[in-house]
Design a protein around this ligand. Structure first.
Ligand code: Z2T
Length: 790
């Protein structure tokens, strides 16, 4: 039993787990000691949750995801367990600052962006709601690369989160599965040529108020024969451990592509590795308690986070049919009763499909199984031919759809488009399958923890029930008309902006004016997200400020952050352009007091936690129809940053809820986008029609921001004035108009604060608790095991 007194618990760990004397302990030592003390408490909740799940023989949810972008865990754990005051006091007693200790933790960056962060928010909500669940993924040795800039260009370095000991995980050497690759398949089985172990590492994820904890189980590659003594004795020291190095390669690194399919053999191996290990583990757990495999769909709900784990379907069928002798059609039916699939993008370049030769070489038996599934589906639906095989490829979207009980999109608009575009034919065959579950974010991390000032004001106003029931924020609405309350609300934002300015000064040596509007675009860099639209508007604004420096401009700070996939050349050029433009604009004495531009390097979850509470304006400016949902948009709204945005993804639903008058809408709709693209020379026409746009593009083209290499941005300029597939030029004029509307409101402090506060009050629906309740009811048939009012 860990010591009852929390301070004792920390010191005990410092002494006996770290072997350090308080007088000589470093911040790292204290962080580890605090983490272990918190972990002990989490373990108690974790074991109680596990016991209760077994006792109730409850249905379990299995969330299979290639990515879990969980960030730091310590502060979240401390706060969810209600230990913040005790932890603060204990550390202060030893002369340490709580924030210094919790921010010493490196981010676990086991994801690229929204998809991975969604999985992390879902894990937290599943625990907060007491839904028995496991997250299954890969324990990457290296998460998403570290980004730096060299002369404005993105540089990538490996990320090394496991260099220091990681206090949250439990290695489970006993929980390992042998997995095969290659070899030959027969009509009844498979003899792989190569085998590797998947070894489990478990991290408990505790929910709000410590009432429940679930497991995040991440798989790591291990060799069957880690050390060859014969080779070693023959003096071949490297060759002796080659097997282990090779086996570990499988979980070595996260692929950094967020929205393009890669088609690499190692990637498909990663996908099979973690999907198969998870399915083996799920079956093992089920069979330990049940004899009748027919009960599987009533005890097991598997969620495929995009198509990355799609191979779990054929693997489950293989284990039921080949290994357990179940009739093939019955195995398919059982699999379909367990499996569900979430689609996260409609971008054609992101839809996974595998070359059938490569696929067949690695997974020959699975290819046969997919063909049988396809044949059965074709037989049942002879009128339309939709199939998971075709043109020499294995199509993971179609496969996932056919093997799923429910298929969901992540916003209302996106789900609608799924039905009319990529899954049109499959939807007409199975009209009941596709449903919508609009994304959400956990209010613990994304409001209560990251914005303590606002959290305190809200709790002071309406009590603390909102933290576990975010729609209570609506009770704030009448307070928004109370001038005194609104001033307090505004004061929180001002304080957050001052704190961010201090950090930007310390970390990046850039001076920001906290009075200016903080206009923020933070997300992966992609043409469809249109950071280049933002920088063009920034350039046009700068030019106009120079024309009339004494006009009453609304001062702005334009902040950008985000990583580009290392092989995405155009996205890297956009980063370079933003950095080049920032250098020129920031050096201009005539505009210096009104406009600053900064691209903060190495965006990650903890940077988002700093930036979002300090933002005034949220940039959500994707080409309509391209952003499946977005989740950053929700975090900004919750923290009182109105959106300047298009009718895309969840922006549509945010605007509906916060009110059109509290949202700066611009741009074409998804339908209009299609029509506009069909117009010949649409970009040239748009440029000719807007002199501001023309002047901004001309400046880029003439090398105003790249004097040493005038043609540096020819690629961007030619694209924008030529094909402009993402319609930057067509949306520019209306974007400029929306930005000037924002300027006008911002000068009226009370009006702006009211708009911001209405965003907070009316975005409670975007809690991932609401999303998870939707999945539980509509997809999983899972129930909360929380004791009511315990
Ligand atoms: C990703 O982050 C998203 C979609 C992907 O499609 C891949 C990745 Cl890594 C395969 C994002 C969407 O772009 C975003 O709109 C959405 O909010 C998020 O997933 C979560 O659904």
């Amino acid at each position: 039993m860990p010591p009852k007194d929390f301070r004792d618990a920390i010191v005990t760990h410092l002494t006996y787990s770290l072997g350090k004397d308080p007088d000589h302990a470093t911040v790292f030592d204290w962080r580890m000691a605090l983490s272990f003390a918190v972990r002990d408490r989490i373990v108690d909740a974790w074991m109680a949750s596990t016991r209760r799940t077994y006792a109730k023989d409850a249905k379990r949810v299995y969330y299979l995801s290639m990515e879990f972008l969980i960030g730091r865990l310590l502060e979240d754990g401390v706060i969810n367990l209600g230990l913040e005051d005790e932890a603060r006091r204990a550390l202060e007693g030893f002369g340490l600052n709580f924030t210094d200790v919790v921010t010493d933790e490196p981010d676990a960056a086991l994801g690229n962006g929204g998809l991975g962060r969604l999985a992390a928010c879902f894990m937290e909500s599943l625990s907060s709601l007491g839904c028995p669940a496991f997250g299954y993924g890969i324990r990457y040795e290296h998460g998403l690369f570290r980004q730096s800039f060299e002369n404005g260009r993105q540089m990538e370095a490996p990320e090394t989160w496991l260099q220091q000991p990681h206090p949250w995980e439990f290695e489970r050497p006993e929980a390992r599965f042998l997995l095969g690759f290659g070899g030959t398949a027969t009509a009844t089985g498979w003899t792989p040529a190569e085998t590797v172990y998947a070894e489990a590492y478990d991290t408990p994820i505790v929910g709000w108020q410590g009432r429940w904890a679930n497991t995040l189980r991440l798989w790591s590659g291990r060799a069957v024969d880690p050390f060859n003594l014969e080779k070693f004795n023959a003096g071949e020291f490297t060759a002796a451990t080659e097997g282990e190095a090779l086996a570990r390669t499988i979980s070595r690194v996260l692929y950094p592509e967020d929205s393009t399919e890669i088609g690499k053999a190692l990637r498909i191996k990663q996908e099979y590795f973690f999907s198969a290990a998870s399915v083996h583990d799920i079956l093992r757990r089920f069979e330990a308690e049940h004899a009748d495999l027919g009960l599987l769909p009533s005890k097991v709900a598997i969620q495929l986070n995009d198509t990355h784990p799609a191979i779990a379907g054929p693997e489950l069928i293989r284990l039921l049919h080949d290994a357990r002798g179940m009739d093939f059609d019955e195995a398919v039916r059982i699999a379909q009763g367990c499996l569900n699939y979430t689609n996260h993008t409609l971008l054609p370049e992101a839809l996974e499909s595998w070359d059938e030769t490569l696929f067949g070489e690695l997974l020959p038996r699975h290819l046969q199984i997919i063909d049988r599934v396809d044949a059965a589906h074709a037989k049942a639906h002879p009128k339309r031919k939709v199939s998971a095989r075709g043109d020499g490829r294995v199509k993971m979207g179609e496969l996932s759809f056919i093997l799923a009980n429910r298929v969901n999109g992540v916003s209302a608009l996106h789900t609608g488009l799924m039905k009319t575009t990529v899954f049109k034919d499959l939807n007409s065959l199975h009209p009941e399958k596709i449903i919508n579950e609009t994304n959400g974010v956990t209010p613990r991390r994304w409001l209560h923890n990251c914005n303590p000032g606002l959290s305190a004001l809200i709790t002071d106003t309406i009590g603390d029930g909102w933290i576990g029931d975010l729609e209570q924020l609506e009770i704030l609405v009448p307070h928004v008309d109370d001038a005194g309350w609104l001033e307090r609300y505004a004061a929180v934002k001002t304080a957050n902006k001052a704190a961010l300015s201090d950090w930007v000064m310390d970390a990046h040596g850039l001076k920001l004016d906290p009075q200016a509007m903080f206009d923020v675009q933070i997300k992966r860099i992609h043409e469809y997200k249109r950071q280049h639209l933002n920088i063009l508007e920034t350039i046009a604004l700068w030019q106009e400020m120079k024309d009339t420096p004494n006009a009453d401009w609304t001062p702005r700070v334009k902040l950008f952050a985000g990583k580009a996939a290392p092989g995405y050349f155009f996205a890297k050029e956009i980063i370079h352009l933003i950095n080049d433009a920032a250098a020129v604009i920031n050096a201009d004495k005539t505009t210096n007091d009104k406009l600053k531009v900064a691209f903060l390097p190495n965006y990650n979850v903890s940077m988002a936690e700093r930036l979002i509470p300090a933002s005034d304006l949220s940039e959500q400016i994707s080409t309509a129809g391209k952003e499946a949902s977005g989740t950053g948009n929700m975090k900004f709204a919750l923290n009182g940053a109105p959106t300047v945005g298009t009718l895309d993804g969840a922006n549509v639903e945010i605007r509906e809820r916060v009110g059109a008058e509290n949202f700066f809408l611009f741009g074409m709709t998804a339908d209009e986008v299609e029509a506009r693209r069909a117009i010949k020379n649409h970009a040239a026409k748009a440029v000719a029609a807007d002199p501001r746009l023309k002047r901004a593009i001309d400046a880029v083209a003439k090398g105003v921001f790249s004097p040493g290499e005038k043609a540096r941005y020819k690629g961007i300029v030619d694209n924008l004035t030529g094909p402009d597939y993402f319609l930057v030029t067509s949306d520019f004029t209306d974007y400029w108009r929306a930005q000037r509307d924002a300027d006008a409101v911002f000068t009226d402090t009370a009006a702006w604060s009211k708009m911001a506060a209405m965003n907070t009050a009316l975005s409670g629906w975007f809690s991932s608790d609401r999303t998870i309740r939707g999945y539980m009811a509509d997809i999983w048939g899972a129930e909360s095991l929380l004791e009511k009012d315990a």
